[in-house]
Write a protein that binds this ligand. Structure first.
Ligand SMILES: CC(C)(COP(=O)(O)OP(=O)(O)OC[C@H]1O[C@@H](n2cnc3c(N)ncnc32)[C@H](O)[C@@H]1OP(=O)(O)O)[C@@H](O)C(=O)NCCC(=O)NCCS
Length: 441
């Protein structure tokens, strides 16, 4: 650890009010409440309604997280959105969220399926640990219902929509993100796939007839994979944090299937009281499932200062991810190394100096432009007096006039604007792509 720790200081969630129960699904496909509950543990899920999108849900969850952290959107220095169901391919959902939230910071999207939130948390932690940023907003949000074939009983009973968000802030106390484990096995990518809509199988009538825009899944293969990696990733993350399983107060697993969670808990010898389960009410909300479960656990008072929690998930890719997070402040505060204490002030001074340098250069460029508009005609007419070549005079006058009109202050110094050796006047800085088509020189 570097002395810069990243603590979760704000959290929020949003789930659509529209609820789809197992009884509703019984009317849509050949299934039963009994089958769904015994095989998955899911009883109902939330599905977006009119006006609800991935971005609106992300923003709603983020506003709550900012409120809890006591921050304004403009305080956030980076936004990372984890999702596999963005509103658009372009622009990235993260930029839409940044704009709708009213934040003024970089933003990018991570797409690793259901492990997206833990991947994003680990990424945000890196930006904080290296000193690049002090406050990062991490969001997991999905409108997975848009990619579900509501006639396919193998998948449509599993998924739901929602969003969760956390604010990660720098701290000099050794709490917050303690360790993480990320993994990927692309060789099994076909086990959970949306075949169409990308470059490999672009949008077409044929692709739509083929129903390739929907999630397809080899449930048994994913099940086997999940039961293996959930336990292994948890153990690895706990060891990396320098802890033992006995130190873990709460496990927050990806909410895909109750049987998978129970098997992982059994493998880890963790009692179910130490495991958060809320999939009965939300189904699998992919990248949103862990933050939603975490926020519910907080609301229920199951997470308190000084606790160690472990988040663990698996998903499309296939991928897996786990992170150990220390909650709140530790008992023993530690001194921040000198270099980190002065780093933010140093960054501010360096930025102010750079800004001043740029402003001075802009001022100089504008002044030189105005000076040239006075001096250039003077030079030119002084030169014209000495030459008797009529054609050359016309070329010089055209060059001067074009120079006067082609160069406006903002274009000075822009690449592509250069002093051309074909212009007869040595002081004429001419936009070459404007002059050449006129055949001057
Ligand atoms: C999908 C899953 C619930 C299926 O449970 P399962 O016990 O493995 O069920 P099986 O695959 O053995 O299927 C059993 C039967 O139920 C049927 N079935 C599937 N979905 C059904 C449904 N919704 N209702 C009723 N029957 C269903 C199957 O067609 C199969 O019938 P068959 O034996 O006649 O072919 C389970 O495999 C699972 O949860 N896998 C992990 C999926 C996951 O987590 N995905 C998200 C990853 S982020």
């Amino acid at each position: 650890m570097t002395g810069r720790y990243s603590r979760i200081t704000g959290w929020g969630k949003y789930t659509p009010s529209r609820i789809l129960t197992n009884a509703d699904l019984e009317k849509m496909v050949d299934t039963s409440d009994e089958w769904i509950v015994t095989r998955t543990g899911i009883r109902e899920r939330h599905i977006v309604g009119p006006g609800e999108t991935n971005a609106t849900m992300s923003v709603a969850a983020s506003r709550q997280a900012l409120d809890v952290a006591g921050l304004m959107p403009k305080d956030i220095e980076l936004i990372i959105v984890a999702t596999s169901s963005p509103d658009h391919f372009v622009p990235a959902i993260a930029s839409e969220v940044q704009y709708q939230l009213g934040a003024e910071c970089p933003a990018f999207t991570i797409s690793t399926g259901c492990t997206g939130f833990v991947y994003a948390l680990a990424t945000a932690h890196q930006f904080i640990a290296t000193g690049a940023y002090d406050r990062v907003l991490v969001i997991g949000s999905e409108v997975i219902s848009m990619f579900v074939n509501w006639q396919d009983r193998n998948t449509c009973v599993l998924f739901g929509d929602g969003a969760g968000a956390v604010v990660l802030e720098v701290s000099n106390q050794p709490s917050g993100v303690q360790s993480f484990v990320l993994g990927s096995d692309g060789s099994s990518g076909n086990a959970l796939i949306v075949r169409g809509g990308g470059c490999a199988y672009p949008m077409s009538h044929e692709m739509i007839d083929d129903k390739a825009m929907y999630i397809e899944m080899d449930g048994r293969k994913v099940f086997k994979f999940a039961t293996r990696v959930m336990g292994e990733a948890t153990l690895e993350a706990v060891e990396k944090a320098g802890l033992t399983l006995a130190d873990i107060d709460l496990l927050i697993p990806h909410q895909a299937n109750l049987r998978i969670i129970q098997l992982a808990a059994r493998y880890l010898k963790l009692p179910m009281e130490k495991v958060v389960v809320n999939l009965d009410r939300y189904g699998n909300t992919s990248a949103a499932s862990i933050p939603i479960a975490m926020v519910e656990a907080l609301e229920e008072g199951r997470i308190r200062d000084g606790m160690n929690i472990c988040m663990v998930g698996f998903g499309g890719g296939l991928t897996w991810a786990a992170a150990v997070v220390g909650w709140g402040q530790p008992a023993q505060p530690v001194e921040w190394p000198l270099v980190w204490r002065f780093a933010p002030a140093g960054r501010k001074v360096s930025m102010a100096a750079t800004r001043l340098r740029l402003q001075a250069r802009q001022l100089a460029d504008v002044a030189s432009y105005h000076a040239s508009s006075v001096l250039l005609p003077l030079y030119t007419f002084a030169g014209l007096h000495k030459t008797g070549d009529k054609k050359r005079r016309i070329r010089i006058v055209s060059c001067v006039l074009l120079t006067q009109h082609a160069i406006s202050p903002p274009s000075i110094g822009v690449p592509g604007t250069q002093q051309t050796d074909q212009c007869p006047h040595p002081n004429a800085r001419v936009a070459s792509h404007i002059i050449w088509p006129f055949g001057i020189g």
